[in-house]
Design a protein around this ligand. Structure first.
Ligand code: 8DG
Ligand code: MN
Ligand code: MN
Length: 390
């Protein structure tokens, strides 16, 4: 008598915005492999494949326990043939040979290093690689003309590729809040991005600023930026003007995904004492800082360790009437956002952006003053930020 082993299959809705995805990932080995292949696809101008791998990884991230056999995956959405082959490989051999080979490939390594420079995109990195430039030293020796962002990115390469901690994010928040309070009393600053979702580290720190009175937020960004600059907090900044209000081209168009808030991509100079203002201060002074090679070298030269670090900071300003949409749109994760827009378009005939929600059937914008209202408009159960880690 054959005894079929009872294997419980998971049941999972197909859009990431219908699921709750915490940071507690029970399938990290699988999702690391799929994420690496997604990243490689994105670095190779194969966005479709990239999204397919991201969706597959997101499904596994949302599962309540580790996957131990392929049979458990029966009926799960978003798992295409290629993703299933990768999963099978990991389950049977402990690692994905394709992911491992990708990780070792010279092209992938070069693309990672070069796009790891702030201001360098895939196109630029590919051009350099074609010319034989595969590393930072070669780039510097080549004397390629670099733009202002890339020069800053190269100068602060090490700092910007070191994860930002929560304590550092809190220190940056204190600085940004002080700036905002100084230039526009009553304005509000909200931490967005990965740190709002509860991540312990990030590649940058993201903030959304607004004022409770509509219109008072106008002109806020340049004032904040010049305050920060005057206090010596900025190593680099590029402010992009709000073109949403300026676009006076007739009737309101359905919002596009390109958003048009006033925003600033910056690199902060975060002083050591500000960083200690966070959790580090509580650790006490008896615990000596580990002495890195660079720090040791500079001490030999009599310079002392660098008393600050560079941190990438993104600032966005929205009018209060669009605040809930901006908050939802900038909290992420990127895949969660993408899935929300896909759900809106494909399932609800609506267009969602970081500015508004447009109902194509009713031909009107749907107002919302909270994220909860936007989920309700979309016919979705509310998912709090800590469960948007798809
Ligand atoms: P990380 O920094 O820790 O790596 O993660 P993250 O905070 O989730 O990523 P992020 O790259 O800082 O992006 C934060 C969110 O902001 C994410 O949901 C994507 C969103 N976002 C951009 N650029 C733009 C944009 O131009 N328009 C809109 N609407 N959203 C954007 O990063
Ligand atoms: Mn971020
Ligand atoms: Mn960001």
């Amino acid at each position: 008598q054959m005894n079929e082993v009872e294997v419980e299959a998971f049941s999972t809705p197909s859009y990431a915005c219908q699921r709750r995805t915490t940071l507690d990932n029970h399938n990290a080995v699988l999702t690391d492999a799929l994420s690496l292949l997604a990243e490689n696809a994105e670095l190779s101008d194969e966005d479709g494949r990239g999204v397919a791998f991201r969706r597959a990884a997101a499904v596994l991230k949302s599962l309540p326990e580790p996957v131990t056999g392929l049979t458990q995956l029966r009926g799960l959405p978003c798992l295409g043939g290629h993703s299933l082959r990768v999963i099978k490989d990991v389950l049977e051999n402990g690692a994905s040979s394709e992911a491992e080979a990708t990780k070792q490939s010279e092209r992938f390594k070069a693309l990672k290093v070069l796009t790891g420079i702030f201001g360098v995109g895939v196109k630029t990195a590919e051009r350099w690689i074609r010319d034989g430039i595969v590393g930072l030293q070669q780039l510097q020796l080549s004397e390629r003309p670099l733009n202002r962002a890339q020069r800053a990115g190269l100068r602060h390469y090490e700092d910007l590729n070191r994860p930002v901690t929560r304590a550092e994010a809190a220190a940056v928040a204190a600085v940004v809040e002080e700036a905002v309070a100084a230039v526009l009393p009553g304005a509000r600053t909200t931490l967005i991005g990965g740190f709002r979702r509860g991540k312990l580290t990030g590649h940058d720190v993201d903030f959304l600023m607004t004022h409770p009175e509509e219109g008072r937020e106008a002109g806020l960004m340049p004032k904040v930026v010049s305050w920060l600059d005057s206090q010596g907090f900025l190593l680099y900044q590029k402010t992009t003007r709000n073109s949403y209000l300026e676009a006076k081209d007739g009737p309101a168009r359905p919002p596009s995904n390109m958003d048009r808030f006033e925003r600033c991509y910056s690199i902060f100079k975060l002083p050591e004492e500000a960083r200690r203002g966070g959790e580090e201060a509580r650790r006490g002074a008896e615990e000596a800082e580990p002495c890195s090679g660079a720090a040791a070298a500079s001490q030999v030269k009599g310079e002392g360790p660098k008393p600050w670090r560079a941190v990438r900071v993104d600032l966005v300003v929205s009018p209060i009437s669009q605040f809930a949409f901006a908050l939802l749109g900038w909290t992420g994760s990127k895949l969660f956002e993408r899935e929300l827009r896909r759900w809106a378009g494909h399932e609800k005939a609506m267009s969602l952006s970081s500015h508004a929600l447009y109902d194509n059937k009713q031909s009107r914008y749907l107002r919302a003053s909270s994220e909860e209202e936007i989920f309700a408009h979309l016919g979705l159960e509310y998912v709090p930020p800590s469960e948007r880690n798809a």
